[in-house]
Design a protein around this ligand. Structure first.
Ligand code: PEP
Ligand code: MG
Length: 542
């Protein structure tokens, strides 16, 4: 038995035969071209074909893994139109009279090297992307196939590395797991694997060779171990672990439609967080009771300019309708800090997390805010929309919001446009809001605690800076006490309080949250069923 270790990007156990995923090694030779214009045209045609293939992959990924994960194939299409990239290839063809395959592959190497040498982790990852798109173009130019997958029974894929396009192209019916020698935990591939529910291990110290083809292996995604030719004991142990895991997943499915109620009858709302309408199928599949946080700023981030009232109305109406009367809490735009849209033309700030962001932008640029509010109120006729305001720190902000919303409603009424009364709540994500939550509770219909920002501002830990991770305590007593205080002040004033930050999905804390009286937990769709399971196993009377 050979035992290899790596880093797990998704849990679960897979047992099966190995398929060594061999990339077609492109042998690219340099040729001299006499008609360089014709060669540039050949490159353009290959690029158009590559774009069409990527559009197909985007659609496939969209259906299978959702918009956020499919986005990489849109980025790849954009990279194919990047002016610097095109200039480099076209100039090489024209100036050096070389074939397109050669120009593309040299350009890919140069760009990948440039990206790899950058400090920014995100830009480093782009090195793999530029190689991926270039290999696709070269394959088209050379008319060679790309799949590298010829298995006809479910297999464990063993590869040096897998590009996002390769991962998504895998026929998931035939893939039990994948194991790679390279790759990073936060690469698109890792994220895709998690969304696809395929146990996966990267950075594995396995010696890749065709001799491994067809041999039995076990991938233990829980412990990041791969066993090749497992002995009987290991096989039996892992089979048991796999069956337990499958049973656990099956049981979770059975929770659909059941109440989120503890053994002693305490009910709690379990909602889901979304970034756009493409996430709605995940909300429905996981049977969330509503949407507790729709981060509407993504509509702004996905646009090149301010989204119009009608554009926004169509989106809010779609969510409201698709959720068929379940509560949909839409947060007004939270642009600024880590979420920047260029057309807002915000000044560069020393401390953007403490700068002009969220409600501060809305209150200083009311025309943007009013457009969003008009769209929201109009959409309220189509379902149960609630509006939530982010980054509140004072009562005066609430007063200003109310004045603007009153104006908007008066305009709609004057124009004969119907709207419903909606619940209007605020995010509690600053220590200031916590400390005056007794006063704020008298002014709004609900509170939703944004623990991501609340933790950042309470512990003075930049949530974007991985270098200070060791000082970040997600269970810091200060934050937990604040949550308790907010819930108490909410209840004392007759309103409800939920949590929509990441901490809401931390199942080590569920019991404590319920004991505090938290009324709602809004989490990523994939956490809805596990959380429901945790709730149903709690007994608060003990
Ligand atoms: C939060 O701060 O906890 C929150 C839910 O909002 P965001 O993560 O979008 O800032
Ligand atoms: Mg926040």
């Amino acid at each position: 038995m050979i035992t290899c270790n790596g880093k797990s990007v998704y849990g679960g156990i897979a047992i099966g035969k190995i398929h060594v995923f061999a990339k077609e090694k492109q042998r690219i030779t340099r040729r001299t071209i006499s008609d360089t214009a014709k060669e540039q045209h050949r490159f353009d045609e290959a690029r158009a074909e590559a774009r069409a293939q990527l559009a197909g992959l985007y659609d496939k990924a969209l259906k299978e893994v959702g918009e956020a994960n499919a986005a990489i194939f849109e980025i790849h299409q954009m990279m194919l139109d990047d002016e610097d990239y095109l200039d480099s290839v076209n100039n090489m063809i024209a100036d050096q009279s070389v074939n397109a395959e050669y120009a593309v592959s040299i350009t890919a190497d140069n760009f990948a090297e440039m990206f790899s040498s950058m400090d920014d982790a995100y830009m480093k990852e782009r090195a793999a992307d530029v190689k991926d798109i270039s290999e696709r173009v070269v394959r088209i130019l050379m008319n060679t196939d790309s799949s590298g997958m010829s298995a006809n029974e479910p297999v464990i894929i063993l590869a040096d590395d897998l590009a996002p396009s390769e991962t998504v192209q895998l026929d998931k019916e035939l893939v039990l797991s994948f194991v790679t020698v390279h790759g990073s935990t936060n690469s698109h591939t890792a994220i895709l694997a998690r969304t696809m529910n395929i146990p996966a291990i990267i950075g594995t110290n396995v010696e890749l060779s065709s001799e491994l083809e067809g041999r039995t292996a076990i991938v233990d995604g829980f412990n990041a171990v791969v066993y090749i030719d497992p002995d009987e004991d290991t096989l039996a142990k892992m089979q048991k672990r796999r069956d337990e895991d499958l049973e656990k997943r099956r049981l979770l499915q059975e929770l659909k439609g059941k109440d989120n109620v503890t053994k002693d009858g305490h009910k709690v709302l379990v909602y889901a967080n979304i970034g756009n309408t493409k996430d709605i199928p995940y909300v429905l599949q996981n049977d969330a009771g509503g949407i507790g946080l729709f981060r509407s700023e993504f509509i702004y981030l996905e646009n090149d300019t301010y989204p119009t009232e009608d554009q926004q109305f169509a989106i809010y109406k779609e969510v409201a309708e698709k959720m068929s009367g379940k509560r949909v809490i839409i947060r007004t735009l939270d642009i600024g800090a880590d979420k920047q849209a260029e057309y807002f033309e915000l000044d560069k700030e020393e401390n953007p997390a403490m700068g002009l962001r969220a409600i501060r932008i809305c209150l200083t640029r009311p025309e943007i805010f009013k457009t969003q509010l008009r769209a929201l109120y109009r959409a309220s006729k189509y379902g149960r929309i609630a509006i939530m305001y982010p980054m509140i720190t004072s009562l005066s902000e609430i007063k200003k919001i109310k004045a603007i919303s009153k104006e908007v409603k008066a305009e709609l009424t004057a124009e004969g446009i119907p709207y419903n009364d909606v619940e209007e709540g605020i995010m509690i994500e600053t220590p200031a809001a916590v400390m005056i939550s007794d006063l704020l509770a008298k002014e709004v219909d609900f509170f939703s605690i944004g623990t991501n920002d609340l933790s950042q501002y309470t512990m003075a830990i930049d949530r974007q800076n991985p270098k200070i991770d060791e000082f970040f305590d997600p269970h810091h007593e200060a934050v937990l006490r604040m949550i308790g205080m907010v819930v108490k002040n909410a209840h004392d004033n007759g309103i409800w309080a939920g949590i929509c930050g990441e901490l809401g999905a931390d199942m080590e804390l569920t019991e404590r949250f319920l004991r505090m009286g938290v009324d709602e937990l809004s989490v990523s769709p994939s956490f809805v069923l596990p959380l429901r399971n945790t709730i149903r196993n709690l007994d608060l009377s003990k």
